[in-house]
Design a protein around this ligand. Structure first.
Ligand SMILES: Cc1cc2nc3c(=O)[nH]c(=O)nc-3n(C[C@H](O)[C@H](O)[C@H](O)COP(=O)(O)OP(=O)(O)OC[C@H]3O[C@@H](n4cnc5c(N)ncnc54)[C@H](O)[C@@H]3O)c2cc1C
Ligand code: SF4
Ligand code: SF4
Length: 400
């Protein structure tokens, strides 16, 4: 059980994504704390017992990532193992409207509770005390799942709630980012309660988590102090919906999704995201994505998700939600259509082998991947492009 690396090294090299597992597995002795740079990190990042460290390093997204593959699936080099891919949206118009895209994850979480498949859903929502920030939430009712709908940009640590979830000793669902669900899957190797109790795993397809500085920049632009914020909605209420800030004294500010993301230099995305080997939810039962042709919206629409159903449990949940009218399933999507919807994901997958070489060149251990086809996809890069990615990573890593 001797770990090859330590959590302190993972944090020092900025490969921590702040998933929260460090807090969960130390029963809160270690806390997820916001750093001055605007990331959630375990504090302290050392002083773990040998057993804690071994369990953490074996599951930490900064150290490992593994696809959860069931027999009999189709496999695509970019999109991984799947049973079906289709357009879908929430059957209830308000759930569809309020959700990040078409409200699919919310509808599936609500359906899992309505039908008694699970006793609660672990996910994230706005921190009521500081609504720009997010915190983990246990939703015991469909209404609570709905109240915590839509994408939260900025740091989130959903797995800080995993110990509380497992301790309840009843089946539950998790809605989270692919890296979070990768950690849940990896933890199942050492904790049998994970597969016994974590009955449904629902992922949002993810382009990267911005640091809190991105959210702070929005407030600065509006001239609002964080203490004055009553509501910070990143998207939803339309697809993609505006980013909306409301203040305690009744002022309201908003900007469109395209305005929010127009300045790529200001995105301030976490380092781990640049090396993310699974942003597509390959450890999930169902992954839910945006499907704008070319990868960006051209305006508002009614909300259309692309879903990737990866397991029998996911297939069964989707079929049941459709039969109950909680989900609308439209036409199938092909992997090559998904490439067009998510060109940034394809580019990143293909660049990773080179970026991992650049990390190794700099003496930083890259993420250990299993079943994610990183080497195979890396062969698609021509030698010049490969060398460029490798050298660029080495330069940036040496500045860490
Ligand atoms: C940081 C980030 C980057 C994204 N990048 C892409 C991308 O590149 N391509 C793409 O197709 N889609 C991306 N999305 C996903 C997209 O915004 C939608 O979440 C996705 O289409 C699912 O939509 P939905 O309507 O089904 O979700 P909803 O029904 O609105 O449900 C969203 C659920 O996710 C949970 N959640 C929200 N934010 C977080 C978070 N930060 N961490 C953990 N759980 C969270 C909520 O608690 C809620 O249960 C991103 C989302 C986030 C948060
Ligand atoms: S990614 Fe998660 S498990 Fe890894 S160091 Fe950060 S909080 Fe801990
Ligand atoms: S890009 Fe990957 S590492 Fe970054 S938040 Fe998304 S799933 Fe996690």
């Amino acid at each position: 059980m001797t770990p090859k690396r330590t959590i302190a090294q993972i944090v020092a090299t900025d490969m921590c994504i702040g998933c929260g597992l460090c807090e969960a597995l130390t029963v809160g002795r270690v806390r997820m704390v916001m750093t001055p740079a605007g990331s959630l990190r375990p504090s302290p990042a050392d002083g773990f017992t040998a057993r804690e460290e071994a369990l953490l390093v074996a599951a930490c997204p900064g150290a490992v990532a593994e696809a959860r593959v069931e027999a009999g699936n189709s496999t695509d080099p970019v999109w991984g193992a799947y049973r079906s891919m289709a357009r879908a949206w929430a059957g209830h118009p308000d759930v569809r409207y309020e959700g990040a895209t078409g409200g699919v994850l919310t509808a599936l979480g609500m359906h899992a509770l309505h039908t008694g498949r699970v006793g609660f859903v672990l996910h994230v929502g706005a921190d009521p005390e500081r609504p720009m920030r997010s915190r983990w939430v246990i939703s015991e009712t469909p209404e609570s799942v709905r109240a915590n709908t839509a994408s939260r940009y900025g740091p989130t640590a959903p797995l800080a709630g995993l110990a509380a979830a497992l301790d309840r000793d009843e089946p539950f669902a998790v809605i989270a980012k692919p890296c979070d669900l990768g950690a849940v899957h990896a933890l199942s190797r050492s904790d049998p309660r994970v597969d016994e109790l974590c009955a449904l795993r629902l992922a949002l397809v993810c382009g990267g988590q911005s640091r809190l500085s991105k959210s702070q920049a929005v407030l600065d632009e509006f001239g609002v102090g964080e203490d004055d914020v009553a509501l910070f909605r990143y998207r939803g209420h339309g697809n993609p919906g505006p980013t909306v800030v409301e203040t305690l004294d009744g002022r309201r500010f908003s900007k469109t999704y395209l305005e929010l993301w127009e300045d790529e230099a200001g995105w301030d995305v976490e380092t781990r995201c640049k090396f993310c080997p699974d942003a597509l939810g390959e450890a999930a039962d169902v992954a839910s994505a945006d499907i704008w042709p070319g990868g960006a919206p051209t305006g508002e629409d009614d909300g259309f998700n692309g879903i990737i159903v990866r397991t029998a449990a996911g297939e069964e949940l989707v079929a049941s939600a459709v039969a109950a009218g909680e989900l609308v399933l439209d036409r199938p999507i092909t992997p090559r259509e998904f490439d067009d919807f998510q060109p940034h994901q394809v580019r990143k997958k293909e660049a990773l082998a080179a970026r991992y070489q650049g990390l190794t060149d700099s003496g930083i251990a890259p993420i250990e991947t299993r079943g994610l086809r990183i080497t195979e996809l890396g062969r698609r890069l021509d030698p010049e492009h490969f060398g460029h990615e490798r050298a660029g990573t080495r330069r940036r890593a040496e500045r860490l």
